[in-house]
Design a binder for this molecule. Structure first.
Ligand code: IVH
Length: 682
């Protein structure tokens, strides 16, 4: 019986994978969304009835992985390099000339591809238990040597195959272990959607699809990643740490055979003229692709030629990125709008006569801060040049001043001396670019704070949106987030738009939020610079709000990512009596402010290290600190007791001694790998 269920499940999975590929990789679905959902629901139902048959590569397992606790780091099989840039025809010709010169008698054909504007990731596939290969690891680029393990997030991206059949591997002539590299991009539609949602939730918008993609891939909750519509385009293949032998065309073909999404806009080119034609075509298509590109990448095709050309420190000599110049248009500055954020920061936004730039209509652009307006000498009514670079947020870059067609404006903009929402005087601290409203009771701040507190990703109180917050404020029902927990049904039904049922739903949501846990509360408090990741790491380190409040700067800075700027903000926040009272009131209301503490890492316990020479990025003190934090010891001289010698540039006699005694020698990457790749206890 189970046998036939198992067969049925496998059949359904294959069918779903087939349709996912048609939809997400080939962009050519054969069934409707509803039919797809029906297949998926059937599979979910069967798996729920037979949990022993659930496998990690089942299509149902893309979502729902447990939120990651920070990210483990891991070393790249080969460094993830960058590309050199060319900005004009001369630079491109110069590169082409060098390629020919260095290639000697080897063939020079180029492949032109789009330069996708996202973040690069490396996907490691390993032999799967049941045959074929499965996705074992997904790493961000990180510093090129060490990346972050974002596997559970990558798994939610539909164009990334979780497993690859033996059949496909054979067709592509690949072994069962290999690495695929490519770019994670967020399509513009998904980006706009993400930001609409963030705006509704009172969160600051992402500035462009690239940042949004990067922020999403590093989100600690795979459930959120799954909703963000990321797409992965593959362009690189490593087998046993080496580049796939035959060259770039063969690589792209193999990736296609394996079931990856490979960008269809590519061409084989020979001369600089061909390259320029491709570039022109790409610029023309740019607005209608649906995702952002910021240039064209040209790659020498043949592997033998690539090898002959080799690498500089940071980039291959056999490839170059031709970067587009930003797109711009001229329009009129109608007015400047000032908004007040949660921190009290006043932000100026240019209100523009709508104009078409790079495929979208732009009517607002950022003006950054008061200095920016001042420096440009901006007048209301001015004609301005707006630019959209790789960014979707347009920028005002200059005032157009040729009095014939574009006369200057006539009204100087006076940056308000008072908060536009509460009327209190605004202040600007020394060395800061922003004016702030420091009135703790400013309704704008309170409104933004409440919206932030209730938003998804923070306390997640559904129903606490713009309209209901405004009503609560208008009636004076809440003066602080703590007041949310004292709301009653009688008060709510009395408000417009609230019926018995919706009032109860909101109260239930507020009640439920009490269990959100320490990290969410830390985020909700709105401490400057404390975002999702920092809050999560602080919660894991300290385990309770009391411990966080009692921590010294030094103790706070032991947390990864917390430096003096953040520790100071935290100390400042909790030094204010009003904030301490707020915490106490939340506690009294029954809001859980604890978290599971993470065991201190002890993977290097008992190991003795000797440091010698200069490491590429870690100072000696930092390296020592890292080793000791992981339980290891650092000694000054090499002896038989030494377990590892970490050697950098210009290592001296200690390195000789290590070799003599046969002690393993690590470089910085090796040290990182040791610190981060070993299984963590607890
Ligand atoms: S190949 C050895 N191809 O551009 C270098 N990169 O500026 C391998 N990128 O880090 C890179 N589109 O994230 C390559 N078609 C494409 C690309 C591409 C975007 C990114 C990649 C790289 C960055 C360098």
């Amino acid at each position: 019986m189970t046998d036939s269920v198992a067969r049925k499940i496998e059949k359904l999975r294959d069918e779903i994978r087939h349709h996912e590929r048609l939809y997400y990789v080939l962009d050519a679905p054969e069934i409707s969304d509803a039919e797809y959902d029906a297949l998926m629901n059937e599979l979910k139902r069967l798996e729920a009835a037979h949990p022993e048959l659930v496998t990690p590569d089942s299509p149902t397992q893309r979502v729902g992985g447990k939120p990651a606790e920070g990210f483990r780091k891991a070393a790249h099989a080969r460094p993830m390099l960058s590309l050199d840039n060319a900005y004009n025809t001369e630079e491109l010709s110069e590169w082409d000339r060098r390629v020919h010169e260095l290639a000697g008698n080897l063939p020079v054909d180029y492949i032109a591809e789009l330069k996708l504007d996202g973040l690069s990731v490396a996907l490691r596939y390993e032999p799967a238990a049941g045959g074929g290969a499965h996705l074992a690891l997904g790493l961000t680029r990180g510093d090129g040597q060490i990346g972050e393990d974002v596997t559970s997030n990558i798994r939610t991206i539909r164009s990334v195959p979780l497993s690859i059949s033996t059949d496909r591997l054979q067709k592509a002539r690949l072994p069962r272990g290999f690495e695929v590299r490519g770019e994670c991009v967020m399509p513009q539609a998904a980006f706009l959607h993400t930001n609409e949602e963030r705006e509704r939730e009172g969160l600051p918008p992402f500035v462009n699809p690239r940042n949004s993609a990067a922020g999403t891939v590093r989100t600690l909750d795979p459930g959120i990643v799954a909703t963000r519509g990321l797409v992965f385009f593959a362009y690189f293949l490593l087998v046993e740490g080496e580049y796939f032998a035959a060259g770039q065309t063969a690589t792209l073909d193999a990736l296609t055979t394996l079931g990856f999404r490979v960008n269809p806009h590519r061409a084989r080119v020979h001369t600089v003229d061909d390259m320029l034609k491709f570039i022109e075509q790409a610029e023309e298509n740019r607005a209608s692709l649906g995702y952002e590109i910021d240039g064209v990448v040209l790659k020498v095709d043949a592997h033998a030629t690539q090898q002959r050309l080799g690498y500089t420190g940071r980039a291959p000599r056999w490839a170059i990125a031709y970067k587009f110049t930003a797109q711009s248009a001229i329009t009129r500055l109608e007015d400047i709008l000032i908004t007040v954020g949660r921190s009290g920061k006043l932000t100026p936004t240019a209100l523009l006569t709508p104009v078409f730039v790079g495929g979208v209509t732009v009517s607002r652009a950022t003006l950054h801060n008061a200095d920016f307006i001042e420096r440009m000498g901006l007048l209301i009514g001015d004609w301005v040049k707006v630019e959209r670079g790789g960014d979707v947020i347009p920028k005002v870059v200059e005032v157009v001043d040729d009095d014939k067609d574009h006369p200057r404006g006539n009204r100087k903009f006076a940056f308000p001396a008072n908060c536009p929402e509460c009327g209190n005087a605004v202040v600007r601290e020394e060395g800061e670019a922003d004016w702030r409203c420091v009135n703790a009771d400013c309704p704008a701040k309170l409104r933004e704070t409440l919206l932030h507190f209730g938003s998804r990703g923070v306390m997640n109180i559904e129903g606490l949106g713009d309209a209901s917050v405004q009503q609560l404020l208008d009636r004076g029902l809440v003066k602080s987030v703590a007041d949310l927990y004292a709301l009653t049904k009688e008060q709510l039904v009395d408000l417009e738009r609230f019926a018995e049922k919706s009032a109860q739903t909101l109260l239930d949501e507020i009640e439920r939020s009490k269990k959100a846990g320490l990290a969410r509360v830390l985020m909700g408090l709105g401490i400057r610079f404390v975002g999702e990741r920092t809050a999560e790491l602080l919660a894991q380190e300290f385990g309770s709000i009391d411990a966080v409040m009692a921590a010294s700067a030094e103790e706070l800075e032991r947390v990864e990512e917390v430096g003096p700027r953040i520790s100071e903000a935290i100390l400042e926040f909790f030094s204010r009596p009003a904030n301490r009272t707020l915490v106490q009131r939340l506690k009294d209301a029954g809001v859980d402010m604890t978290a599971e503490k993470k065991q201190r890492t002890t993977q290097l316990a008992g190991l003795i290290f000797v440091l010698t020479g200069t490491l590429p990025s870690l100072t000696r003190d930092k390296a020592k600190q890292k080793i000791e934090a992981a339980g290891g010891k650092v000694s000054g001289s090499v002896s038989k007791k030494t377990n590892y010698v970490v050697a950098g540039e210009e290592a001296g006699s200690k390195l000789d001694k290590a070799r003599e005694l046969n002690i393993p020698v690590l470089d910085e990457a090796g040290l990182w790998a040791l610190l981060h790749s070993l299984p963590q206890p607890g």
